[in-house]
Design a protein around this ligand. Structure first.
Ligand code: AMP
Ligand code: ZN
Length: 708
């Protein structure tokens, strides 16, 4: 899309705008837009940003300001025009220019041989060239651009008609609001693709749901498809969706020709190299600024190569940053596609190769109720064990009463379960159609299954809770959470040991972890000197864990890892949180009323404060080491990397110094790096950094000057 020379020019323009914002006037509004579009592309399409978020925001605000002052200068494809205003959109039905069909499916080599044989028969060729690309697991969309401007985005609907979701589509930043199709002689074009959520965005989204006490979504596909029809475009923007565009279904040329992937092709249709083959069209979409599978695709001759490639790809499926459920194999040449044509259901020139399912059906045998560390009573479905995506699944959390109702679950049901990537398995749905009549309702207990005290439920919540502070189940769960990997990460402690020590009376609460009687433990079977040494040094080491881990480990309701980091970063000492009011807490990034209230309640509780006091006396680090007085925040947002041998500082001292001033250490040279500090005998990192002109290459002395 952008040549090296253009990129350089745009980057220089960026720097000059940033250095002198006064130079930005209505006269160069177009240059400013070009700059912003360029950085959107770097960030969202090719994932290789050249400016920090703050710098982007600064320029974006300038554009907003200019446009507010000069409304006549606003263009429909201005970066500011993504933001939707209507809060309650409706989605009118629209007709696709070419129906969106399904794909035929294949599951093994034999199916693919069969597909190839038919293709060769239909085209009278000995060998066919195929284009192979991932089958993205999301929600399909179709986009129309006219005279280079995005004019419509629609859902697939029934294939013939979909819903107009243009405003929501505009929230997806990897979809350009304008694209230079006219450069290729194209006037109107309909393209198709898939809206997806990356695994990372999905994990973050589910984490957010968990912090609100809501059950997670089962897979990124549901998260993506559920977003498209959101009434509030801002809610769509929040989900950080992505889009792959992989098909040109229709276009008209400026010269008056029409191409339709389901119609009789005109022999006179001028076909540039981009518009002669499917692979070429992916290159063209890429050149127009879309995230097409240009790099993921592979063009090969003959079906044997196809089979090898799809098998290789399946083996590395889990290493991709997004979910795919197979590969799509397409006859590469558009002329041959035309000869092969389509059925009413699918094109004959394409086939999906489905990967091994991550879904399975099984029986829901029973439901057990477990008490968590916050007293929440969670139903857990006990399943007939099934093997799924490499693990045996025997039980799955079914969250709460509302969830059970929504999924319509009964004991004895056949259920569809799914394990998407590394996500915890979830129940997708039950199958009421095949019930025998012997299924039983799931009955929620009204008493704690462990301590038998009565359960309570707040009106606004879906969860029943045991509110007995002495409830042993909660105590055990709190300790298990405290030592767990994402919390204090006390290796070799583990759930089983916590339960064992608790049952034997050797451990009764969190401070007890630091007062364990190792003599008594030594008497237990399976605890030799070595394992006791390991345990005791792991416990000792945990005292120095960074503050955010401790905040998370406390298990305050609604405080997940992200919130824990926000809280820890806001203070110099954990006890400072106890001094903050609900209002002050709400001022922190992404902390809402509910979280603020929960944190406030936690730190208003005398027992909790006494426990923290005790932890401090036992030697735990309650200070935010990074935030201590010695440091400043002068290097906030700046990234550093050290290479070669430093003369005055040890490598880790230098890194700590950068961090004390708010800098961040990164692991490799990329455009995200701000400073490379070079010592004696620097090697390949230096060479690489020299090629990226935004990286400042400095000596150790220059570094010391910066941090002084
Ligand atoms: P299916 O829903 O199993 O019939 O598969 C057809 C769907 O696969 C299409 O409607 C697209 O939404 C989706 N799909 C994902 N990736 C691709 C791709 N690379 N080419 C064509 N279709 C794709
Ligand atoms: Zn209880």
């Amino acid at each position: 899309m952008y040549s090296a020379a253009t990129s350089k020019k745009l980057q220089e323009q960026t720097q000059s705008f940033l250095e002198n914002t006064a130079s930005i006037t209505a006269d160069n509004i177009q240059a400013l837009r070009d700059v912003l579009r360029f950085h959107e592309y770097r960030y969202y399409v090719i994932d290789d940003p050249l400016v920090s978020d703050a710098e982007y925001d600064q320029l974006y605000k300038q554009l907003e300001k200019l446009e507010t002052g000069n409304p006549l200068l606003i263009t429909t494809d201005s970066p500011t025009q993504r933001v939707g205003s209507s809060l309650n959109q409706n989605f009118p039905t629209v007709q696709h220019l070419v129906p969106m069909l399904s794909l035929d499916n294949s599951y093994n080599a034999e199916d693919l041989f069969d597909f190839d044989r038919k293709a060769r028969e239909a085209t009278n060729l000995d060998v066919i060239e195929y284009c192979i690309e991932p089958k993205f697991d999301g929600a399909s969309i179709s986009l129309i651009y006219e005279n280079d401007i995005l004019v419509r985005g629609a859902t697939r609907g029934n294939g013939v008609e979909g819903e107009d979701i243009t405003t929501n589509i505009k929230q997806i930043k990897s979809i350009p609001l304008s694209a230079p199709f006219s450069k290729y002689g194209v006037q109107q074009v309909e393209i198709r693709g898939e809206i997806i959520m990356t695994k990372k965005a999905f994990a973050k989204y589910n984490e957010g749901l968990a912090e609100q006490g809501l059950p997670p979504l089962a897979n990124p596909r549901n998260a993506a498809s559920g977003s498209l029809r959101q009434k509030d475009p801002k809610a769509v923007a929040k989900r950080n969706l992505d889009a792959f565009l992989y098909h040109i279904s229709y276009y008209t040329t400026i010269d008056g020709f029409t191409f339709s992937s389901d119609g009789e092709q005109n022999d006179e249709l001028p076909r540039s190299k981009f518009l002669a083959t499917h692979g070429g069209s992916l290159d063209m979409l890429w050149e127009c600024g879309f995230r097409s599978p240009k790099k993921e695709k592979m063009v090969v001759k003959g079906i044997e190569e196809v089979i090898k490639h799809v098998q290789d790809f399946e083996a590395m499926r889990d290493t991709l940053p997004y979910e795919i459920d197979g590969m799509v194999i397409k006859v590469n040449d558009f002329g041959l596609q035309d000869i092969m044509g389509m059925t009413t259901h699918h094109p004959r020139w394409a086939i999906a190769f489905k990967f091994k399912a991550r879904q399975a059906t099984t029986k829901l045998r029973a439901v057990e109720f477990q008490v968590g560390r916050t007293g929440a009573v969670t139903p857990v479905a006990k399943l007939e064990p099934v093997f799924l995506g490499g693990v045996t699944v025997g039980s799955i959390s079914i969250h709460n009463e509302d969830y059970i109702k929504e999924k319509d679950l009964k004991i004895g049901d056949t259920v569809l379960i799914e394990r998407a990537g590394d996500v915890i398995p979830q129940i997708v749905k039950s199958m009421p159609d095949i019930r025998t009549g012997k299924e039983k309702e799931i009955v929620y207990p009204r008493q704690c299954p462990v301590c038998k005290s009565e359960l309570y439920k707040e009106e606004t919540e879906a969860v029943w809770r045991c509110i007995n502070i002495e409830c042993p189940a909660q105590a055990v769960e709190r300790i298990i959470h405290f030592v767990s990997k994402d919390a204090m990460d006390i290796k070799s402690f583990g759930e089983a040991n916590v339960r064992k020590f608790y049952d034997l009376g050797l451990l009764k609460d969190v401070p007890g972890i630091y007062k364990l009687d190792f003599n008594a433990i030594g008497q237990l079977e399976g605890f030799g000197k070595k394992s006791i040494d390991n345990l005791s040094s792991a416990i000792e080491a945990s005292k120095q864990q960074p503050l955010y881990r401790l905040v998370y480990a406390l298990g305050i309701r609604f405080v997940g890892e992200t919130t824990a980091k926000t809280l820890a970063n806001a203070v110099e000492n954990l006890m400072d949180l106890a001094k903050m009011s609900e209002e002050e807490l709400q001022q922190l990034e992404d902390i809402g009323v509910k979280v603020a209230q929960s944190v406030y309640n936690f730190f208003s509780n005398q027992q909790n404060l006494a426990m923290l006091e005790e932890l401090q006396q036992l030697g735990l680090q309650l200070k935010n080491v990074k935030k201590e007085k010695t440091g400043t925040d002068t290097l906030h947002g700046q990234t550093f990397l050290f290479t070669g041998t430093l003369a005055k500082l040890k490598r880790n001292e230098a890194e700590a110094l950068a961090e004390q001033h708010g800098g961040k250490i990164v692991s490799g040279v990329s455009s995200k790096l701000n400073y490379l500090v070079v010592g004696e005998d620097a090697g390949s990192k230096l060479e690489k950094a020299k090629k990226i002109n935004t990286i400042k290459i400095i000596t150790e002395d220059e570094f010391l000057d910066i941090v002084k």
